[in-house]
Write a protein that binds this ligand. Sequence first.
Ligand SMILES: [Mg+2]
Length: 244
Amino acid sequence: MEIDYTNIKVIGFDADDTLWVNETYFRDAELEFSKLMAAYETANKIDQELFKRQIENLPLYGYGIKGFILSMVEIALELSNNSIGNETIAAILNLGKAMLNKPVELLDGVEEVLKTLSQDYRLIVVTKGDLLDQERKLEKSGLLKYFHHIEVVSDKQEANYSNLLNHLDIKPSEFLMIGNSLKSDILPLINIKAQAIHVPFHTTWIHEQVVPSKPEHQKFNTIHSLLEVLPILNKRLKTQKNDL
Ligand SMILES: [Mg+2]
């Protein structure tokens, strides 16, 4: 499908599961949680209850690891009729700390792509979640030098993007967003007449899953590795031998 990207001046990148691994750690923690709670419920039921509680708590806790862990504590108390042991609460809190202390694992081609694109475009990060945690990951990633601006938003809906573009004085037609979530990184951009490129990650949180309509689907490209962004934008890796 031919989409014209010649107007693009600024490229926004989602962070979690676009630049680095994230969702996998949540899945692993859920598995650990269901083991801790195995005496009270089936793994399936525990997963469902935890998911429901996270969604209910989003307006209060926001996205991120801390809200996820608080929701686990709530569910542990509930499923055990308030009889859960202190050791289990401590184990849940440790699950969260282990997540927050994880090293940052960059996805394929991320550094090369950012290095190449930063020579022709202004690059920004648009991520939702916990401010401190996102700042920590950006710092650890070693990628900060490629970005002109970092924006940690509480949500990624059309209004959040419109406000951000206004604030940074970027026209929607000059903005391309790249990310793994159709719901958060792609469809809101299509709706405000900016561009978007979808790079799915192998696992997506249920809350982020949507099915785009056919007309929506025709307005963005889907790629399987960030490296494929370069040919789409008519760029070549600057690190290739023939460029030296
Ligand atoms: Mg993401």
